[in-house]
Design a protein around this ligand. Structure first.
Ligand code: NDP
Length: 327
């Protein structure tokens, strides 16, 4: 029989998508999960599933943009379970639209949630880990933490910030061998993130192909607990884009800009909405957003075509040809 994971795990953004899938994965291993997000009813549903799956669960309604609420989350987890072993900063929101069409308050809330939510989480748990001399922080960034994305200026800025913050914090902890700080960089994942997104593009949006199941991210997070690493990409697209961007930024930037235009929209128009960014949306609480066909198509995808052509293009560039431009 597999050994139980006797750990206490705090997960923000646990009411849907990747956070929910991760909570379930840890519960299946026997962990105690502390579930945080704004939607209380959804969190209670996840807690019930976690208990059914073999774990222990506690719900703490929390807004990650509120530092005091995040401190209260850490305190309640410690009171209930005697300590925290793993803290996962996962809560996030997405806003899509040209920069000039994205309202100020929506832009700021994306940065407050995705970046400051992560900062608040680290601030809340780090003193506890330093006292104990051990603990694991896992920050869920995105492949967009390594390469920009048109129509997502706030999201990309926040995720780049998460990456810079995570790398810098890890350096500060270089003499704390028991404390690990890791980052996950998922590609497009089948979650309700896209239904929750603020949208000022005028068009209905969808994740770009290929779309990976949220359970892949949950498995990557669990693997980081067993074998900590600096960062892990989920989906080959992220690593390919990061490598391509390091080698030929202007070429890759253009290719990705065109791919997004082609592959991130459906044929339908869509009214402007702040989605679940400024206030919660009661619907869309599942792990999946319903973006994958039952049998994943192995066929054509613009993202794959672009990314697989990149190495060919790069290899065909003359050595020392001065073509790599750093604007
Ligand atoms: P979901 O929309 O399903 O999940 C987002 C979670 O964040 C929800 O539980 C939501 O809960 C919570 N949340 C949002 N705002 C706040 C807030 N202010 N305070 C507390 N919780 C909040 O999408 P995903 O599961 O996809 O997103 C999870 C993470 O994964 C995000 O950081 C996202 O950027 C990242 N990611 C997702 C990718 C994808 O393609 N889906 C790709 C790469 C990264 P509630 O509304 O109840 O507060």
């Amino acid at each position: 029989m597999a050994k139980r994971l006797d750990k206490v795990v705090v997960i923000t953004g646990a009411s849907s998508g990747i956070g929910r899938a991760t909570a379930l994965e840890f519960a299946r291993q026997g962990a105690a999960v502390v579930l945080a997000a704004r939607r209380m009813a959804a969190l209670h549903e996840v807690a019930e599933e976690c208990v059914e799956a073999g774990g222990r669960a506690m719900v703490v309604p929390t807004d990650v943009t509120d530092q005091r609420a995040m401190q209260a989350l850490a305190d309640r987890a410690i009171d209930a379970f005697g300590g925290i072993d793993i803290w996962i900063n996962n809560a996030g929101v997405l806003a899509l639209g040209r920069f000039e069409d994205t309202p100020d308050d929506v832009f700021e809330q994306v940065v407050r949630t995705d970046f400051f939510g992560t900062v608040h989480g680290c601030r809340a748990v780090l003193p506890h880990f330093l006292d104990r001399g051990e603990g694991i922080i896992i920050n869920n960034a995105s492949m967009v933490a390594t390469i920009g994305q048109r129509y997502a200026t706030a999201y990309a800025a926040a995720k780049f910030a998460v990456r810079g913050f995570t790398e810098s914090l890890r350096q500060e902890l270089v003499d704390e061998p028991g404390i690990h700080v890791s980052m996950v960089l998922p590609a497009a994942i089948d979650t309700p993130l896209w239904q929750h997104a603020a949208n000022y593009t005028g068009r209905a949006v969808k994740p770009m192909n290929p779309v990976h199941p949220p359970e892949e991210v949950a498995a990557a997070i669990l693997a980081l607990v067993h074998s900590p690493q600096r960062e892990v990409f989920v989906g080959a697209e992220g690593r390919l884009a990061a490598v391509g961007n390091a080698m030929a930024p202007s070429l890759v930037e253009r290719a990705i800009a065109h791919t997004i235009e082609r592959d991130m929209f459906t044929n339908r128009s869509a009214p402007a909405t702040s989605g679940g960014v400024l206030a919660t949306m009661p619907e869309h609480q599942g792990t999946s957003g319903g973006w994958r066909t039952p049998k994943p198509k192995r066929g054509f995808s613009w993202t794959n075509l672009t990314l697989f052509l990149l190495p060919v293009l790069l290899a065909s560039r003359p050595l020392g040809g001065g073509a790599v431009r750093h604007p």
